[in-house]
Design a protein around this ligand. Structure first.
Ligand code: HEC
Ligand code: HEC
Length: 422
């Protein structure tokens, strides 16, 4: 989606550190200044693609930091430029409540600092998933900077809606360290939802800036030089485009929700469960490939999620060396941990256990993980089209929901074409 070209800009340099200090309303006495952490790992990854940046690396880093501060402010004082759509997807009043040091209050005496109080020790101040507790957890806390979310009602890689994120905060993510924040007030949850979006949008912009910066010619090592009027126009337009592209997805998210047809009439009857069992092991859904014939999650178990694979792909040429470089020099990445297919007999569903949650999971897969979407055909598709129909998805759900009640010795029957191999 293209947004209108009319956007107002404040160049990064206007936000001098002196001005910032003067406007900071924070009263968290003695709290050390918090900074956003640069995405060193992604910069190194992109640098490896174009060749050594040498001395330019530091100036690129500094320049990106300046541009990002101009666009989004700091952890204590968030700020948003008036880019079309941005103020609809995140509200500055919400960001102000969520930002700031733990226990701080604003001029009117209202509490701030919610993100650092409740989230940062796992997700990190930057939202890079690298807070102090992170390395002890499995799965790791989410790195929001990729803008990729698992548990949502939107299609493909579209970001989650506000309601999706709110549900994640209210319910937590069962079976992981991510707790429920049910006890917070509605407005506090809204503030945190917007803050997560803000960190994602900032992180995605940073990635786009890195992509752009490493491609610049040697003599163009300043991405957005506010002192140079001529260059400013061109570079500014490029940055505008980047932000607009990121924001557009969030604007579109709500209108791109996964359609959920009603379940068939015989849903969750013995017949429906039996059909689900057959499909689970069948060639199209092929759930047994990863979840195993017993659904205990013991199929393909040596795979990784996208947050890990970006930096550690043991099968890619040089994959292990790249990881060793990132891990060894800057500690900019976490130790890779394989992602396990779920044991479906446990009755623990991270994205929620309502039928509709499971329908979303199957119809869209779990983005960022190996769990694929079930191939679903349109109602009017020809009979011979091998893909499944939505009724089939509901039968698979009936089977999955019944698994915890089932005797373990009742695995799905293998389809004929696979019987010999086992
Ligand atoms: C004790 C550690 C911990 C704390 C505290 C924590 N989280 Fe999480 N969070 C996690 C983990 C672990 C995951 C990843 C779960 C997974 O990948 O299945 C996660 C995932 C998420 C996700 C991604 C959901 C998705 O659909 O992919 C969001 C959003 C999130 N957390 C927001 C928050 C917010 C906001 C707070 C503070 C109010 C918070 N978390 C506090 C550990 C934590
Ligand atoms: C290529 C491997 C793969 C295939 C094929 C696969 N899954 Fe998964 N599945 C996974 C992985 C990995 C996870 C764990 C994702 C995570 O932890 O975030 C998962 C998680 C799940 C979950 C848990 C959702 C939640 O909210 O916790 C369900 C339910 C599920 N799969 C059902 C299925 C069904 C039904 C099929 C067949 C239609 C299927 N899977 C096919 C790999 C796979």
């Amino acid at each position: 989606m293209k947004l209108s070209k009319r956007r107002k800009w404040i160049p990064a340099g206007y936000i001098s550190s002196g001005l910032l200090l003067a406007t900071v309303m924070v009263t968290g006495c003695g709290a050390p200044d918090a900074d956003f952490r640069a995405n060193e790992a992604y910069l190194t990854l992109q640098e490896n693609k174009v060749g050594e940046l040498g001395t330019r690396r530091e100036s690129i880093k500094q320049n990106i930091e300046d541009v990002l501060t101009g666009l989004y402010g700091t952890p204590d004082e968030p700020h948003l430029l008036s880019v079309d759509g941005l103020s609809d997807v995140v509200e500055i009043e919400n960001l102000q409540i969520a930002a700031g040091p733990t226990g701080s209050i604003d001029e009117a005496g209202a509490r701030r600092g919610l993100y650092r109080e409740h989230c940062a020790h796992c997700h990190g101040i930057t939202g890079d998933g690298r807070g102090p507790t992170a390395e002890f957890l499995n799965p790791y806390p989410r790195d929001y900077r990729l803008g990729v979310y698992k548990f949502k009602s939107t299609t493909g890689k579209m970001p989650p809606t506000r309601d999706d994120l709110k549900k994640t905060l209210v319910e937590g993510i069962p079976g992981t360290a991510m707790p429920s924040f049910r006890l917070l007030n509605g407005f506090e949850l809204d503030a945190l939802v917007d803050y997560v979006r803000y960190l994602s949008i900032r992180g995605e912009t940073e990635r786009a800036l890195i992509d752009y910066a490493v491609e610049l010619e040697d003599d163009q090592n300043v991405l957005w030089n506010i002192a140079d009027e001529a260059q400013q126009t061109e570079a500014k337009e490029a940055v505008e485009e980047m932000v607009a592209d990121v924001v557009a997805k969030y604007v579109a998210a709500h209108d791109n929700r996964i359609p959920v047809p009603a379940p068939p009439e015989n849903w969750e009857t013995a017949e429906s469960i039996a059909r689900g069992r057959e499909l689970f092991a069948g060639p199209i859904a092929n759930c047994i490939k990863c979840h195993g014939l017993t659904a205990l999650g013991d199929g393909v178990v040596n795979d990784y999620d996208d947050w890990t694979k970006e930096f550690f792909d043991p099968n890619a040429p040089g994959g292990r060396e790249t990881f060793a470089e990132l891990y060894g020099s800057t500690h900019a990445v976490m130790k890779p941990r394989p992602i396990r297919p779920r044991n479906l007999r446990m009755n623990v569903f991270r994205g929620g256990r309502r039928p509709v949650d499971l329908y979303w999971r199957l119809a869209n897969g779990i983005v960022g993980t190996p769990m694929p979407a079930v191939p679903i055909k349109a109602e009017d598709a020809p009979e011979e089209d091998p893909r499944l129909v939505s009724d089939d998805v509901w039968h698979i759900i009936a089977y999955v929901r019944n698994l915890p009640y089932e005797d373990i010795s009742e695995p799905a029957p293998l389809p004929k074409y696979q019987r010999k191999r086992h």
